[in-house]
Write a protein that binds this ligand. Structure first.
Ligand SMILES: [Zn+2]
Length: 422
């Protein structure tokens, strides 16, 4: 709020703050249609990870201090930026002082957006604020804005020497990111041109563990081998596992490998964790479900929640060789459902383990449209290429730092992109 300003009535359903009957009609119509359903989030034209982030926001599951306090994880629910209020989702994204300034500079008083009887995210979505920039609409802008506010908050909280960016710099950063996304998404829809991607296994950020999983399906026997390995940020073996199961599809084998990996990671306290799979369906089914695999998907979601909603990434088969090796070992086990946990790598796996640790890479030509899709699934090789382009295009800070296999990865970007489990 500006100093010395008087309080004035403000109608939160209109961007200009003036009451109209039409806004009530629109509200009733939208309530009839959607009530408190947030299904519309999945139709937004934005990055997949941002849709998941919004889904977390809509269900009040963002790991703010208020939510962590509610879960009994921390004792102090106050805002780590301003220390002036309880850090709720709306406080951190709409009302904390620097963020409030960003919205106010755009002519929006977020107090009114956050304090009407309908959900603040519905209110925000139903606005239509002109942005005075070609082809960028409010509905392009606000999801990125919320996302980058959250990233900035994490950047400040988890790296105490980094103060919050000024509102105008943050606004510019958001606009650049929205422009890039619009450009890439419209260009890549028709673009079959290929780019060379460097593929290698990336170690997890410092103090994180990484779980790679894979499944091998033998159709004629209707059996499958599950395999997985957990490594630390030095690329060193923590433990591996393999198992043979009865299965009817390759996807089921992959999902069961994923489930078993999560279960073992949870039992052994492998937190914080990130996970990689070479099957895009594993990630997509976790988000959108699948009627055939409901039970295993529910179990995976429950385990993910207990592991603190770790990042689940796609990676190419060429960078998942160790898990692939173990899945094939699983096929060779003579007893069905017999779990083998390997506290040391098998002799034959040492070559792959060494190569991954040394950052041995291969190159693959991939279409721009595939790259765009894989980037939304957290594929680090694609994101590395994307960051390389961004670094050359501007000096604005990128959100991951995976350009060198020996470099320390930025944990902030991992912490702030949880898989949404609601
Ligand atoms: Zn605050």
């Amino acid at each position: 709020m500006r100093e010395n300003a008087c309080d004035t009535p403000y109608w939160g359903l209109n961007s200009n703050g003036i009451f109209t009957i039409k806004s009530i009609q629109n509200l009733l119509a939208s309530n009839n249609k959607t009530d408190y359903s947030f299904q519309w989030i999945w139709s937004l034209n934005t990055l997949h990870k941002i849709k998941h982030f919004l889904w977390l926001c809509s269900h009040n599951r963002l790991p703010t201090n208020s939510y962590l306090h509610h879960l009994g994880i921390i004792t102090d629910p106050s805002c780590p930026i301003c220390h002036n209020a309880v850090e709720s989702t709306t406080h951190t994204l709409l009302e904390c002082h620097l963020v409030k300034k960003l919205w106010l500079d755009m002519g929006l008083n977020m107090y009114h957006i956050a304090n009407t009887h309908s959900h603040w995210l519905h209110n925000l979505h139903n606005l239509d604020i002109p942005l005075y920039k070609n082809k960028i609409t409010w509905k392009d802008f606000y999801p990125f804005a919320l996302w980058y506010i959250w990233l900035q908050r994490n950047h400040t909280v988890f790296r105490s020497n980094n103060p919050m960016t000024t509102p105008s710099t943050l606004f510019q950063l958001i606009m650049v990111r929205v422009s890039e996304f619009k450009h890439l998404s419209t260009a890549s829809a028709h673009d079959s041109s290929k780019i060379d991607i460097r593929i290698l296994w990336f170690p997890p950020p410092v103090n994180f563990y990484k779980l790679n999983i894979d499944g091998a399906f033998i159709k004629k026997d209707q059996t499958g081998g599950l395999g997985g390995v957990i490594r630390d940020s030095n690329g060193s073996w923590v433990f591996g596992f393999c198992k043979k199961i009865i299965a009817f599809s390759h996807t089921l084998v992959e999902l069961q490998a994923f489930e078993l990996g999560l279960q073992l990671a949870f039992e052994r306290g492998m937190i914080p964790l990130e996970i990689e799979t070479d099957l895009t369906e594993v990630i997509e089914f976790l988000h959108h479900s699948h009627p055939i695999y409901l039970s295993v998907l529910d179990s995976c979601r429950s385990l993910l929640r207990r592991l603190g909603n770790p990042m689940v990434r796609h990676h190419f088969r060429q960078a998942n060789k160790l898990a692939d090796f173990l899945a094939k070992e699983g096929c060779n086990i003579s007893v069905i459902n017999y779990l083998v946990v390997l506290v040391a790598p098998p002799e034959k796996a040492n070559i792959i383990l060494r190569a991954d640790k040394d950052g041995v890479s291969s190159t693959r030509s991939i279409s721009l449209s595939t790259c765009t899709k894989l980037a939304t699934l957290g594929n680090l090789s694609v994101m590395e290429f994307d960051n390389h382009i961004n670094r050359n295009a501007s000096n604005i800070v990128t959100t991951t730092n995976a350009s060198n296999n020996n470099a320390t990865r930025d944990a902030n970007s991992i912490i702030s992109i949880p898989l949404v489990i609601s």
